[in-house]
Write a protein that binds this ligand. Sequence first.
Ligand code: BG6
Length: 510
Amino acid sequence: MDNPFEEGENRLLRPPSTAMVIFGATGDLTQRKLLPALYNLAYDGFLPTDFIVMGASRTKLSDEAFRERSRESVEAHSRRPVEEKVWQDFAKRIFYQPLDATKKSDFEVLRDRLEDISLGGIENFHFLFYLATSPSFFGHIAANLKSVDLVIDPELDERRTILIVEKPFGNDLESAAELNKTLQSHLDEKQIYRIDHYLGKETVQNILVFRFSNGIFEPLWNRRYVDHIQISVCESIGVGSRAKYFDQTGILRDIIQNHLLQVLSLLCIEPPNSLSDPDSIRDEKVKVLRALKRFSLSDISERTVRGQYTSGFISGDPVIGYRQESNIDSGSQTETFAALTLEIENWRWAGVPIYVRAGKRLPKRITEISVSFKPVPHSLFRGRDMPNILPNLLTIQIQPREGISFRVNSKPPGPRMRANPVVMDFLYNDSYGVRSPEAYERLLLDAMKGDATLFTRNDEIEESWSFLEPLLNHWSADEEQQVFPYEAGSWGPSKASELLAPLGHRWRRL
Ligand code: BG6
Protein backbone atom coordinates (compact mmCIF):
# COMPACT_ATOMS: atom_id res chain seq x y z
CA MET A 1 0.00 0.00 0.00
CA ASP A 2 1.38 3.43 -0.79
CA ASN A 3 1.36 6.11 1.85
CA PRO A 4 1.78 9.85 1.36
CA PHE A 5 4.14 10.05 4.31
CA GLU A 6 6.36 7.13 3.35
CA GLU A 7 9.43 9.29 2.88
CA GLY A 8 8.79 11.42 5.95
CA GLU A 9 11.18 11.38 8.88
CA ASN A 10 8.72 9.31 10.88
CA ARG A 11 9.10 6.24 8.73
CA LEU A 12 11.70 4.91 11.16
CA LEU A 13 9.07 4.92 13.90
CA ARG A 14 6.66 2.86 11.88
CA PRO A 15 5.67 -0.49 13.34
CA PRO A 16 5.80 -3.60 11.14
CA SER A 17 2.84 -4.75 8.98
CA THR A 18 -0.23 -5.08 11.18
CA ALA A 19 -3.77 -6.34 10.79
CA MET A 20 -5.90 -4.89 13.55
CA VAL A 21 -9.41 -6.07 14.38
CA ILE A 22 -11.58 -3.99 16.67
CA PHE A 23 -14.36 -5.95 18.36
CA GLY A 24 -17.14 -3.59 19.40
CA ALA A 25 -16.53 -1.44 16.33
CA THR A 26 -19.84 0.40 16.41
CA GLY A 27 -19.47 1.28 20.09
CA ASP A 28 -18.67 4.57 21.70
CA LEU A 29 -15.00 3.90 22.46
CA THR A 30 -14.19 2.90 18.90
CA GLN A 31 -15.93 5.89 17.46
CA ARG A 32 -14.78 8.52 19.96
CA LYS A 33 -11.25 7.33 20.70
CA LEU A 34 -9.87 4.46 18.62
CA LEU A 35 -10.66 5.59 15.08
CA PRO A 36 -9.62 9.21 15.74
CA ALA A 37 -6.39 7.92 17.30
CA LEU A 38 -5.67 5.74 14.26
CA TYR A 39 -6.43 8.64 11.94
CA ASN A 40 -3.96 10.85 13.82
CA LEU A 41 -1.32 8.12 13.63
CA ALA A 42 -1.94 8.01 9.87
CA TYR A 43 -1.64 11.79 9.76
CA ASP A 44 1.73 11.68 11.50
CA GLY A 45 2.96 8.88 9.27
CA PHE A 46 3.22 6.48 12.21
CA LEU A 47 0.98 3.68 10.91
CA PRO A 48 2.65 0.62 9.44
CA THR A 49 3.10 0.85 5.68
CA ASP A 50 0.97 -2.27 5.41
CA PHE A 51 -1.92 -1.75 7.75
CA ILE A 52 -5.47 -3.05 7.84
CA VAL A 53 -8.09 -2.13 10.41
CA MET A 54 -11.19 -4.28 10.46
CA GLY A 55 -14.21 -3.27 12.50
CA ALA A 56 -16.25 -6.19 13.84
CA SER A 57 -19.52 -6.15 15.69
CA ARG A 58 -23.02 -7.55 15.53
CA THR A 59 -24.49 -4.72 13.43
CA LYS A 60 -24.72 -5.52 9.71
CA LEU A 61 -22.74 -2.93 7.76
CA SER A 62 -20.80 -2.84 4.54
CA ASP A 63 -17.18 -1.70 4.39
CA GLU A 64 -18.36 1.50 2.75
CA ALA A 65 -21.00 2.23 5.40
CA PHE A 66 -18.43 1.64 8.16
CA ARG A 67 -15.98 3.96 6.44
CA GLU A 68 -18.64 6.67 6.32
CA ARG A 69 -19.39 6.23 10.02
CA SER A 70 -15.71 6.28 10.78
CA ARG A 71 -15.26 9.51 8.89
CA GLU A 72 -18.07 11.15 10.88
CA SER A 73 -16.45 9.99 14.11
CA VAL A 74 -13.04 11.22 13.10
CA GLU A 75 -14.47 14.57 12.03
CA ALA A 76 -16.21 14.90 15.37
CA HIS A 77 -13.43 13.69 17.68
CA SER A 78 -10.02 13.96 16.02
CA ARG A 79 -7.58 16.44 17.53
CA ARG A 80 -6.64 17.38 13.98
CA PRO A 81 -8.98 18.34 11.15
CA VAL A 82 -9.63 15.76 8.47
CA GLU A 83 -7.39 16.32 5.48
CA GLU A 84 -8.68 14.74 2.32
CA LYS A 85 -5.45 13.15 1.14
CA VAL A 86 -4.67 11.60 4.53
CA TRP A 87 -8.26 10.47 4.95
CA GLN A 88 -8.44 8.80 1.55
CA ASP A 89 -5.25 6.90 2.22
CA PHE A 90 -6.45 5.88 5.68
CA ALA A 91 -9.96 4.96 4.49
CA LYS A 92 -8.51 2.43 2.03
CA ARG A 93 -7.27 0.47 5.02
CA ILE A 94 -10.64 0.31 6.82
CA PHE A 95 -12.87 -2.76 6.50
CA TYR A 96 -15.83 -4.20 8.36
CA GLN A 97 -17.07 -7.65 9.21
CA PRO A 98 -20.40 -8.35 10.97
CA LEU A 99 -19.75 -10.93 13.68
CA ASP A 100 -21.35 -12.66 16.62
CA ALA A 101 -18.58 -12.93 19.20
CA THR A 102 -19.91 -16.25 20.46
CA LYS A 103 -19.92 -18.03 17.07
CA LYS A 104 -16.85 -19.86 15.90
CA SER A 105 -18.14 -19.90 12.30
CA ASP A 106 -18.12 -16.09 12.26
CA PHE A 107 -14.45 -16.13 13.22
CA GLU A 108 -13.72 -18.47 10.34
CA VAL A 109 -15.29 -15.89 8.04
CA LEU A 110 -13.23 -13.18 9.74
CA ARG A 111 -10.02 -15.14 9.17
CA ASP A 112 -10.89 -15.69 5.50
CA ARG A 113 -11.63 -12.02 5.02
CA LEU A 114 -8.29 -11.04 6.49
CA GLU A 115 -6.72 -13.48 4.02
CA ASP A 116 -8.61 -11.92 1.09
CA ILE A 117 -7.86 -8.34 2.05
CA SER A 118 -4.18 -9.00 2.45
CA LEU A 119 -4.21 -10.63 -1.01
CA GLY A 120 -3.04 -13.91 0.43
CA GLY A 121 -0.22 -12.28 2.33
CA ILE A 122 -1.65 -12.49 5.84
CA GLU A 123 1.32 -14.55 7.00
CA ASN A 124 3.36 -11.35 6.75
CA PHE A 125 1.16 -9.48 9.23
CA HIS A 126 1.23 -9.19 12.99
CA PHE A 127 -2.22 -9.38 14.59
CA LEU A 128 -3.67 -6.83 16.97
CA PHE A 129 -7.09 -7.65 18.40
CA TYR A 130 -8.81 -4.93 20.38
CA LEU A 131 -11.58 -5.93 22.77
CA ALA A 132 -13.82 -2.88 22.99
CA THR A 133 -16.91 -4.95 23.79
CA SER A 134 -18.76 -5.70 26.98
CA PRO A 135 -16.49 -7.81 29.24
CA SER A 136 -18.95 -10.70 28.97
CA PHE A 137 -17.55 -11.33 25.46
CA PHE A 138 -13.84 -11.21 26.31
CA GLY A 139 -13.55 -14.94 26.98
CA HIS A 140 -15.59 -15.92 23.90
CA ILE A 141 -13.49 -13.78 21.61
CA ALA A 142 -10.20 -15.08 22.96
CA ALA A 143 -11.40 -18.69 22.63
CA ASN A 144 -12.74 -18.21 19.12
CA LEU A 145 -9.62 -16.44 17.88
CA LYS A 146 -7.57 -19.33 19.17
CA SER A 147 -9.84 -21.97 17.65
CA VAL A 148 -9.55 -20.50 14.13
CA ASP A 149 -5.76 -20.14 14.38
CA LEU A 150 -5.71 -16.40 14.67
CA VAL A 151 -3.62 -16.63 17.84
CA ILE A 152 -0.07 -17.33 16.73
CA ASP A 153 2.05 -19.40 19.07
CA PRO A 154 4.99 -17.14 20.02
CA GLU A 155 7.21 -20.22 20.36
CA LEU A 156 6.65 -21.22 16.75
CA ASP A 157 6.42 -17.97 14.82
CA GLU A 158 7.97 -14.54 15.16
CA ARG A 159 4.74 -12.85 14.20
CA ARG A 160 3.00 -11.27 17.14
CA THR A 161 -0.57 -11.69 18.27
CA ILE A 162 -1.62 -9.06 20.75
CA LEU A 163 -4.95 -8.88 22.50
CA ILE A 164 -5.73 -5.46 23.92
CA VAL A 165 -8.29 -5.68 26.69
CA GLU A 166 -10.30 -2.62 27.68
CA LYS A 167 -11.50 -1.89 31.17
CA PRO A 168 -13.32 -2.84 33.26
CA PHE A 169 -10.91 -5.72 33.91
CA GLY A 170 -13.03 -7.53 36.47
CA ASN A 171 -15.29 -6.10 39.08
CA ASP A 172 -13.40 -7.41 42.09
CA LEU A 173 -10.44 -9.66 42.83
CA GLU A 174 -12.27 -12.88 42.09
CA SER A 175 -13.66 -11.80 38.72
CA ALA A 176 -10.33 -10.23 37.65
CA ALA A 177 -8.45 -13.41 38.56
CA GLU A 178 -11.05 -15.47 36.71
CA LEU A 179 -10.71 -13.28 33.61
CA ASN A 180 -6.92 -13.54 33.77
CA LYS A 181 -7.25 -17.30 33.95
CA THR A 182 -9.63 -17.45 31.00
CA LEU A 183 -7.49 -15.23 28.78
CA GLN A 184 -4.31 -17.04 29.77
CA SER A 185 -5.87 -20.35 28.78
CA HIS A 186 -5.96 -19.10 25.18
CA LEU A 187 -3.00 -16.73 25.00
CA ASP A 188 0.38 -16.27 26.58
CA GLU A 189 0.54 -13.53 29.26
CA LYS A 190 2.98 -11.64 27.01
CA GLN A 191 0.28 -11.45 24.35
CA ILE A 192 -2.30 -9.83 26.67
CA TYR A 193 -2.21 -6.03 26.87
CA ARG A 194 -4.57 -4.62 29.51
CA ILE A 195 -5.10 -1.02 28.65
CA ASP A 196 -5.30 1.85 31.12
CA HIS A 197 -5.48 4.98 29.01
CA TYR A 198 -3.98 7.14 31.77
CA LEU A 199 -0.63 5.48 31.08
CA GLY A 200 -0.77 6.82 27.53
CA LYS A 201 -1.12 10.42 28.64
CA GLU A 202 2.00 12.48 27.94
CA THR A 203 1.90 14.02 31.39
CA VAL A 204 1.73 10.61 33.08
CA GLN A 205 4.68 9.30 31.06
CA ASN A 206 6.51 12.48 31.98
CA ILE A 207 6.43 11.43 35.64
CA LEU A 208 9.12 8.89 34.74
CA VAL A 209 11.19 11.34 32.73
CA PHE A 210 10.89 13.96 35.42
CA ARG A 211 11.87 11.61 38.22
CA PHE A 212 14.61 9.68 36.51
CA SER A 213 16.32 12.28 34.36
CA ASN A 214 16.57 15.06 36.95
CA GLY A 215 19.08 14.06 39.59
CA ILE A 216 18.08 16.77 42.05
CA PHE A 217 14.74 15.28 43.03
CA GLU A 218 15.76 11.73 43.87
CA PRO A 219 17.49 12.62 47.18
CA LEU A 220 14.32 14.44 48.25
CA TRP A 221 11.84 11.85 47.05
CA ASN A 222 11.22 10.10 50.36
CA ARG A 223 9.83 10.29 53.88
CA ARG A 224 12.63 12.55 55.13
CA TYR A 225 11.64 15.43 52.89
CA VAL A 226 8.11 14.76 51.66
CA ASP A 227 5.41 15.78 54.10
CA HIS A 228 2.42 14.45 52.20
CA ILE A 229 1.11 13.77 48.70
CA GLN A 230 -2.28 14.46 47.14
CA ILE A 231 -3.72 13.03 43.95
CA SER A 232 -7.03 14.37 42.66
CA VAL A 233 -8.97 13.11 39.66
CA CYS A 234 -11.88 15.51 39.36
CA GLU A 235 -14.52 15.61 36.67
CA SER A 236 -17.40 18.01 36.14
CA ILE A 237 -19.37 15.56 34.02
CA GLY A 238 -22.01 13.35 35.62
CA VAL A 239 -22.77 9.79 34.61
CA GLY A 240 -24.80 10.71 31.51
CA SER A 241 -25.49 7.82 29.14
CA ARG A 242 -23.27 5.46 31.17
CA ALA A 243 -25.60 5.51 34.16
CA LYS A 244 -26.37 1.80 34.14
CA TYR A 245 -22.71 0.81 34.00
CA PHE A 246 -21.71 3.40 36.56
CA ASP A 247 -24.37 2.43 39.07
CA GLN A 248 -22.92 -1.07 39.25
CA THR A 249 -19.40 0.28 39.36
CA GLY A 250 -18.93 3.44 41.42
CA ILE A 251 -15.94 5.76 41.38
CA LEU A 252 -13.72 3.44 43.43
CA ARG A 253 -13.78 0.83 40.66
CA ASP A 254 -14.13 3.27 37.77
CA ILE A 255 -11.19 5.56 38.55
CA ILE A 256 -9.32 4.67 41.73
CA GLN A 257 -8.69 0.95 41.15
CA ASN A 258 -7.08 1.63 37.80
CA HIS A 259 -6.14 5.18 36.73
CA LEU A 260 -5.39 6.62 40.13
CA LEU A 261 -3.45 3.65 41.50
CA GLN A 262 -1.44 3.48 38.28
CA VAL A 263 -0.48 7.14 38.58
CA LEU A 264 0.38 6.65 42.24
CA SER A 265 2.56 3.66 41.54
CA LEU A 266 4.55 5.52 38.86
CA LEU A 267 5.02 8.46 41.19
CA CYS A 268 6.34 6.30 44.00
CA ILE A 269 8.30 3.49 42.31
CA GLU A 270 11.93 2.72 42.89
CA PRO A 271 14.13 3.47 39.87
CA PRO A 272 13.77 0.52 37.46
CA ASN A 273 16.91 -1.05 35.97
CA SER A 274 16.10 -0.02 32.43
CA LEU A 275 13.24 0.82 30.16
CA SER A 276 14.18 -1.69 27.49
CA ASP A 277 12.32 -4.51 29.17
CA PRO A 278 8.61 -3.83 29.84
CA ASP A 279 8.79 -5.90 33.00
CA SER A 280 11.44 -3.87 34.77
CA ILE A 281 9.04 -1.00 35.26
CA ARG A 282 6.03 -3.22 35.89
CA ASP A 283 7.98 -5.17 38.52
CA GLU A 284 8.56 -1.92 40.40
CA LYS A 285 4.96 -0.76 40.05
CA VAL A 286 3.58 -3.95 41.48
CA LYS A 287 5.91 -3.62 44.48
CA VAL A 288 4.32 -0.26 45.29
CA LEU A 289 0.84 -1.77 45.09
CA ARG A 290 1.90 -4.63 47.35
CA ALA A 291 3.26 -2.18 49.90
CA LEU A 292 0.03 -0.19 50.21
CA LYS A 293 -1.19 -0.32 53.78
CA ARG A 294 -4.27 -2.53 53.85
CA PHE A 295 -7.59 -1.30 55.20
CA SER A 296 -8.78 -2.89 58.39
CA LEU A 297 -12.30 -2.82 59.75
CA SER A 298 -11.19 -0.56 62.53
CA ASP A 299 -9.60 2.10 60.31
CA ILE A 300 -11.87 2.15 57.26
CA SER A 301 -14.02 4.96 58.56
CA GLU A 302 -11.00 7.12 59.48
CA ARG A 303 -9.29 6.51 56.15
CA THR A 304 -12.16 6.68 53.68
CA VAL A 305 -15.12 8.84 52.76
CA ARG A 306 -17.64 8.23 50.03
CA GLY A 307 -20.14 10.63 48.59
CA GLN A 308 -22.88 10.99 46.04
CA TYR A 309 -23.86 14.16 44.19
CA THR A 310 -27.20 15.84 44.60
CA SER A 311 -28.57 18.53 42.29
CA GLY A 312 -26.57 21.72 41.92
CA PHE A 313 -24.86 23.92 39.37
CA ILE A 314 -21.92 23.29 37.07
CA SER A 315 -20.49 26.42 35.45
CA GLY A 316 -23.72 28.21 36.32
CA ASP A 317 -26.00 25.61 34.72
CA PRO A 318 -28.40 23.59 36.86
CA VAL A 319 -27.82 19.83 36.92
CA ILE A 320 -29.84 17.03 38.47
CA GLY A 321 -28.72 14.81 41.31
CA TYR A 322 -27.32 11.30 40.83
CA ARG A 323 -30.46 9.55 42.02
CA GLN A 324 -32.56 11.52 39.56
CA GLU A 325 -30.45 10.49 36.55
CA SER A 326 -32.28 8.08 34.24
CA ASN A 327 -31.45 4.40 34.86
CA ILE A 328 -30.35 5.11 38.43
CA ASP A 329 -32.24 3.58 41.29
CA SER A 330 -33.77 6.29 43.48
CA GLY A 331 -32.22 4.63 46.53
CA SER A 332 -28.83 3.95 44.95
CA GLN A 333 -25.89 3.89 47.38
CA THR A 334 -23.26 3.98 44.62
CA GLU A 335 -20.48 6.44 45.32
CA THR A 336 -19.75 9.17 42.78
CA PHE A 337 -16.99 10.56 44.99
CA ALA A 338 -14.39 8.84 47.11
CA ALA A 339 -11.47 10.10 49.16
CA LEU A 340 -8.92 7.81 50.82
CA THR A 341 -5.84 8.18 52.96
CA LEU A 342 -3.18 5.78 51.73
CA GLU A 343 0.27 4.89 52.88
CA ILE A 344 3.07 2.94 51.25
CA GLU A 345 4.71 0.77 53.86
CA ASN A 346 8.32 0.67 52.73
CA TRP A 347 11.59 2.38 53.68
CA ARG A 348 11.10 5.22 51.23
CA TRP A 349 7.53 6.18 52.06
CA ALA A 350 6.52 4.84 55.49
CA GLY A 351 4.54 7.44 57.40
CA VAL A 352 3.91 9.78 54.45
CA PRO A 353 0.15 10.26 54.05
CA ILE A 354 -1.06 10.01 50.47
CA TYR A 355 -4.51 11.55 50.12
CA VAL A 356 -6.39 10.62 46.99
CA ARG A 357 -9.80 11.69 45.77
CA ALA A 358 -11.89 11.18 42.66
CA GLY A 359 -15.34 12.41 41.85
CA LYS A 360 -17.98 13.27 39.30
CA ARG A 361 -19.85 16.56 39.17
CA LEU A 362 -17.09 18.48 40.86
CA PRO A 363 -16.60 22.12 39.79
CA LYS A 364 -14.14 21.36 36.99
CA ARG A 365 -12.19 18.68 35.18
CA ILE A 366 -8.74 18.55 36.64
CA THR A 367 -6.25 15.81 37.43
CA GLU A 368 -3.34 16.85 39.57
CA ILE A 369 -0.63 15.38 41.77
CA SER A 370 0.90 17.53 44.46
CA VAL A 371 3.94 16.69 46.52
CA SER A 372 4.26 18.87 49.64
CA PHE A 373 7.72 19.05 51.10
CA LYS A 374 8.46 19.46 54.79
CA PRO A 375 9.04 22.97 56.10
CA VAL A 376 12.61 24.07 56.81
CA PRO A 377 13.86 22.62 60.11
CA HIS A 378 14.58 26.01 61.63
CA SER A 379 13.31 29.29 60.33
CA LEU A 380 15.73 32.21 60.28
CA PHE A 381 12.83 34.51 59.81
CA ARG A 382 10.85 33.72 62.93
CA GLY A 383 9.71 36.78 64.78
CA ARG A 384 9.84 38.85 61.63
CA ASP A 385 6.64 39.75 59.94
CA MET A 386 6.68 36.97 57.38
CA PRO A 387 3.44 35.03 57.52
CA ASN A 388 3.72 34.08 53.88
CA ILE A 389 6.51 31.52 54.02
CA LEU A 390 5.10 28.23 52.76
CA PRO A 391 6.66 24.79 52.40
CA ASN A 392 7.84 23.89 48.89
CA LEU A 393 5.23 22.31 46.73
CA LEU A 394 5.63 20.43 43.49
CA THR A 395 2.49 20.03 41.41
CA ILE A 396 2.28 17.77 38.41
CA GLN A 397 -0.68 18.83 36.34
CA ILE A 398 -1.92 15.90 34.32
CA GLN A 399 -4.88 17.67 32.68
CA PRO A 400 -6.29 19.88 31.29
CA ARG A 401 -3.44 22.31 31.96
CA GLU A 402 -0.45 20.12 31.23
CA GLY A 403 2.67 21.03 33.13
CA ILE A 404 4.69 21.04 36.32
CA SER A 405 4.96 23.86 38.85
CA PHE A 406 7.28 24.28 41.78
CA ARG A 407 6.55 26.67 44.62
CA VAL A 408 9.48 28.35 46.33
CA ASN A 409 9.72 31.33 48.68
CA SER A 410 11.42 34.47 47.45
CA LYS A 411 12.12 37.97 48.61
CA PRO A 412 10.00 40.65 47.03
CA PRO A 413 12.07 43.67 45.95
CA GLY A 414 12.34 46.49 48.48
CA PRO A 415 14.20 47.56 51.61
CA ARG A 416 12.41 45.17 53.98
CA MET A 417 13.33 41.52 54.51
CA ARG A 418 10.16 39.78 53.50
CA ALA A 419 9.23 36.49 51.88
CA ASN A 420 6.63 35.59 49.38
CA PRO A 421 5.83 32.27 47.67
CA VAL A 422 6.30 32.28 43.89
CA VAL A 423 5.72 29.54 41.36
CA MET A 424 8.11 28.29 38.70
CA ASP A 425 6.04 26.96 35.89
CA PHE A 426 6.66 24.52 33.04
CA LEU A 427 3.78 24.34 30.60
CA TYR A 428 3.77 21.88 27.73
CA ASN A 429 2.05 24.35 25.51
CA ASP A 430 4.60 27.09 26.05
CA SER A 431 7.65 24.85 25.87
CA TYR A 432 6.65 22.62 22.98
CA GLY A 433 3.92 24.62 21.26
CA VAL A 434 1.98 21.53 20.22
CA ARG A 435 -1.11 19.86 21.53
CA SER A 436 -0.22 16.56 23.19
CA PRO A 437 -1.30 13.45 21.32
CA GLU A 438 -4.26 11.55 22.72
CA ALA A 439 -3.37 8.70 25.08
CA TYR A 440 -4.80 6.11 22.69
CA GLU A 441 -2.43 7.17 19.91
CA ARG A 442 0.64 6.32 21.94
CA LEU A 443 -0.84 3.12 23.32
CA LEU A 444 -1.97 1.78 19.94
CA LEU A 445 1.42 2.55 18.46
CA ASP A 446 3.21 0.78 21.32
CA ALA A 447 0.96 -2.25 20.93
CA MET A 448 1.72 -2.39 17.19
CA LYS A 449 5.40 -2.42 18.08
CA GLY A 450 4.93 -5.09 20.73
CA ASP A 451 5.96 -2.81 23.59
CA ALA A 452 3.96 -3.68 26.71
CA THR A 453 5.60 -1.17 29.08
CA LEU A 454 2.55 1.10 29.28
CA PHE A 455 0.08 -1.76 29.68
CA THR A 456 -0.92 -3.34 32.95
CA ARG A 457 0.29 -6.81 33.88
CA ASN A 458 -1.95 -9.49 35.43
CA ASP A 459 -0.34 -9.20 38.86
CA GLU A 460 -0.77 -5.41 38.96
CA ILE A 461 -4.48 -5.77 38.27
CA GLU A 462 -4.96 -8.48 40.86
CA GLU A 463 -2.93 -6.58 43.43
CA SER A 464 -4.98 -3.42 43.04
CA TRP A 465 -8.22 -5.35 43.39
CA SER A 466 -6.86 -7.23 46.36
CA PHE A 467 -5.92 -3.93 48.01
CA LEU A 468 -9.43 -2.50 47.56
CA GLU A 469 -11.28 -5.71 48.42
CA PRO A 470 -11.90 -4.96 52.13
CA LEU A 471 -13.21 -1.53 51.27
CA LEU A 472 -15.46 -2.79 48.49
CA ASN A 473 -16.87 -5.43 50.80
CA HIS A 474 -17.42 -2.96 53.58
CA TRP A 475 -19.11 -0.42 51.34
CA SER A 476 -21.35 -2.99 49.72
CA ALA A 477 -22.63 -4.21 53.09
CA ASP A 478 -25.72 -1.99 53.47
CA GLU A 479 -25.76 0.70 56.11
CA GLU A 480 -22.14 0.00 57.04
CA GLN A 481 -20.73 3.36 56.16
CA GLN A 482 -22.73 6.36 55.15
CA VAL A 483 -22.68 7.77 51.63
CA PHE A 484 -22.41 11.52 52.20
CA PRO A 485 -24.36 13.74 49.82
CA TYR A 486 -22.58 16.67 48.15
CA GLU A 487 -23.99 19.33 45.96
CA ALA A 488 -23.07 19.06 42.27
CA GLY A 489 -20.51 21.79 41.61
CA SER A 490 -18.94 21.51 45.08
CA TRP A 491 -15.63 19.74 45.87
CA GLY A 492 -17.33 16.72 47.41
CA PRO A 493 -18.77 16.09 50.87
CA SER A 494 -17.35 18.29 53.62
CA LYS A 495 -16.64 15.07 55.50
CA ALA A 496 -13.72 14.51 53.09
CA SER A 497 -11.78 17.33 54.83
CA GLU A 498 -11.83 15.34 58.05
CA LEU A 499 -9.50 12.75 56.53
CA LEU A 500 -6.72 15.33 56.41
CA ALA A 501 -7.53 17.19 59.59
CA PRO A 502 -5.67 14.97 62.13
CA LEU A 503 -2.31 15.99 60.65
CA GLY A 504 -3.36 19.57 59.97
CA HIS A 505 -3.45 19.10 56.19
CA ARG A 506 -5.99 20.48 53.75
CA TRP A 507 -7.12 19.51 50.27
CA ARG A 508 -5.49 21.63 47.61
CA ARG A 509 -7.76 24.29 46.22
CA LEU A 510 -7.82 23.41 42.51
C1 BG6 B 1 -12.75 6.30 32.14
C2 BG6 B 1 -13.89 6.25 33.13
O1 BG6 B 1 -11.91 5.19 32.32
O2 BG6 B 1 -12.01 7.50 32.35
C3 BG6 B 1 -14.79 7.48 32.96
O3 BG6 B 1 -14.65 5.08 32.91
C4 BG6 B 1 -13.96 8.74 33.07
O4 BG6 B 1 -15.81 7.49 33.94
C5 BG6 B 1 -12.76 8.68 32.14
O5 BG6 B 1 -14.80 9.84 32.72
C6 BG6 B 1 -11.83 9.84 32.40
O6 BG6 B 1 -10.83 9.87 31.42
P1 BG6 B 1 -10.09 11.23 31.09
O7 BG6 B 1 -9.03 10.84 30.11
O8 BG6 B 1 -11.12 12.15 30.51
O9 BG6 B 1 -9.56 11.76 32.38
